[in-house]
Write a protein that binds this ligand. Structure first.
Ligand code: XIL
Length: 349
């Protein structure tokens, strides 16, 4: 009888344990990495100064992520400061870091209208001189990193919100065809790298997204290698809603492009009020991230390039400096401790 009682008690305890585990938020710690919990890449944008001078930052970068995007040092202003001078040192040290720590390196970005060197912004030349500049710029960079960079954001942010082409310096001098040409030149320099088009609001604005997808489809139909789309995912707890994001992902899947959630951050203060980070805000942020992960997990494996966060700690998020507002959009707090959204991410992956 005693034997039966003890079995009953053991079974009862087991049941209680598992039902409790389900009912409460499961504990989360940093002992195992984010990326080992996922069957796709988990990335972060890296600020190289932090990587060198901040041991805690470096520890998190090495431990939690297996894909790296340079937040700034792969941009034109850094890599191509003078017409015939390229500056490789910083980028090469990031390549070395990725090799040593076995991280995938994502190249961001070849053609963009921002963070251009002064000499490109002020370049006077005819169409063929612009063509020359454009081709040399792309091919010198892609060749330098051939075999080291897994994929490139070949063109970044080329569309307006109404779905028309942004009248960037590149379009002004090279015409509408510059996007297609950029992909062709990149492919010539490294035929194995994956080639992405990357933009913001693609997850929230169907008009913009449709224009992007129809251009990429047309390019692909003409035989141009274009592998994927980067949905930047600079989103907030207010907007867009999860359903809009799911629709965006479905469309990218139906169009059969590889999908990168390329610059994720979730603002809790999009209107720039004077706020404090309350448990409620953190929970809403965590819940949204959880839904995002669940939606991304449904994307077929062959189309999942990965999820990349645009930084590590709230302390060094671009949102604070660029938009001059207090915000807490990332996985780690100002003291580099994991926030609830980190735990939700880890438990949802
Ligand atoms: C941002 C960086 O995070 C900032 O440090 C820099 O001052 C400006 O650029 N979309 C992009 C990224 O594609 O390159 C931008 O990064 C953020 C918006």
């Amino acid at each position: 009888m005693l034997f039966h009682k003890s079995i009953f008690f053991a079974l009862y305890s087991c049941l209680l344990f598992f039902s409790c585990r389900k009912a409460t938020v499961s504990p989360c710690n940093e002992d195992t990495s984010l990326y080992s919990s996922a069957d796709f890449f988990i990335g972060t944008a890296i600020n190289v100064d932090e990587l060198v001078f901040n041991p805690r930052y470096r520890e998190i970068a090495v431990k939690q992520f297996n894909s790296i995007t340079a937040e700034n040092i792969f941009k034109s202003a850094y890599l191509h400061p003078k017409p015939s001078r390229f500056f490789w040192a910083d980028a090469d040290s990031l390549v070395a870091f990725c090799t040593t720590t076995q991280k995938r390196l994502h190249g961001h970005t070849l053609i963009w209208h921002q963070q251009l060197p002064e000499w490109i912004n002020t370049f006077h030349g005819n169409k063929s001189e612009w063509e020359q500049l454009f081709k040399t710029h792309i091919q010198t960079i892609v060749s330098h990193f051939k075999g080291k960079v897994a994929a490139w954001d070949v063109v970044n942010e080329a569309f307006n919100e109404d779905g028309t082409l942004r009248n960037s310096i590149w379009r002004q001098h090279l015409g509408d065809g510059y996007i297609e040409k950029a992909f062709i030149y990149a492919q010539e320099a490294d035929s194995l790298a994956l080639l992405f088009y990357n933009d913001y609001n693609l997850e929230s604005n169907p008009t913009k997204r449709h224009s992007v997808l129809s251009l990429l489809n047309a390019m692909r139909a003409r035989g141009v290698k274009v592998d994927g789309v980067g949905l930047q995912m600079h989103i907030s707890i207010m907007y867009p809603d999860v359903q809009a994001i799911v629709e965006a992902m479905d469309e990218v899947v139906r169009a059969d492009f590889v999908m990168h959630l390329s610059e994720i951050d979730i603002s809790v203060n999009p209107f720039g009020k004077s706020i404090e980070l309350t448990p409620d805000l953190m929970k809403r942020q965590a819940d949204l991230l959880g839904s995002l992960v669940l939606a991304y997990k449904k994307v077929p494996k062959r189309l999942k390039y990965g999820m990349t966060f645009w930084g590590i700690s709230d302390q060094n998020s671009w949102i604070r400096t660029t938009f001059n507002r207090i915000d807490y959009p990332l996985l780690y707090d100002d003291g580099y401790l994991p926030k609830p959204c980190f735990c939700t991410l880890k438990n949802t992956l």
